[in-house]
Design a protein around this ligand. Structure first.
Ligand SMILES: [Cu+2]
Length: 69
């Protein structure tokens, strides 16, 4: 299990944070996701054997947000 903190862009209210958490936690291999609207960060804990960081980033992008590199 690894833990990563991603920096996000495109959030405009705190529901966006809940939406991102829901959409990541539905993914196989993601143990938990915690998006902080005020800080625009997403702390995600995942099993790298089941899901890659790229998969997580594209899920966030598909939901309409972007991940800052
Ligand atoms: Cu929102």
């Amino acid at each position: 299990m690894i833990k990563k903190t991603l920096k996000l862009n495109g959030l405009n209210c705190c529901s966006c944070a809940f939406l991102i958490d829901d959409c990541l936690e539905e993914m196989d291999g993601v143990k938990s996701a915690s998006t902080n609207y005020a800080k625009r960060t997403c702390e995600v804990e995942f099993d790298p054997e089941k899901v890659s960081e790229e998969d997580i980033e594209s899920a966030i992008e598909n939901a309409g947000y972007s991940v800052l590199k």
